[in-house]
Design a protein around this ligand. Sequence first.
Ligand code: AMP
Length: 215
Amino acid sequence: MDNMKSVIFIAPPAAGKGTQSSKLKELGYLHISTGDMLREEMSKESKIGLEIKDIMAKGMLVSDDIVFSLIKEKLKNNTKPFILDGFPRTLNQVYLLDQLFKELNINDYEVIYLDIDLEEALKRALGRITCECGASYNIYYEALRPKKDNICDKCGKVLIKRSDDNEESFQIRFKTFIENITPIKEFYLNNNKLHIIDTKIGNDKITDKIKEILK
Ligand code: AMP
């Protein structure tokens, strides 16, 4: 594990970043998910949480300042390989992150793009129910349903539907992603960091490919 590389996941919503992150967490990675951190701020009803509530519910992007301050705090004192899940999402965030990596001497990382089409991503988002413990289920896929309706197989807690996993908000999140992604991909391609994985190959094969890339 010690010499595994860090990873930045960039992917449309519901492409499986969370699922793949959980697998890497089992290996000892630090999981940094901006979406999770922002949802935590909302549930604490912190100043940031109250400020971002409406923006998040609509599926729009939170300001770079807020998201970057959360990321910076996590990375500053970290020594483990890490997963960045949901950041960067704009070219400005790419530049902020690149600058931070230079300051913190972070070089040993790869960027993985999980490719998925709109139709499949929509089905995944609308059927998705998650648990506080990080487990994720999907009512539209036989193999991904929890054993007991709405209860987490792993820890027994009641499952939650994300407030932004509705069709209207999802369409905005997907569209926002597509609008921003081209220069981000170009940046990492030019830096020889970009790897693209087609999500059609299925979760287990995706995990194998990711582990191979991060070795
Ligand atoms: P996610 O869990 O990654 O799908 O993110 C859920 C929501 O959190 C997004 O729709 C945005 O409103 C917000 N968010 C997460 N990451 C970022 C980011 N890097 N920049 C701006 N907003 C973000």
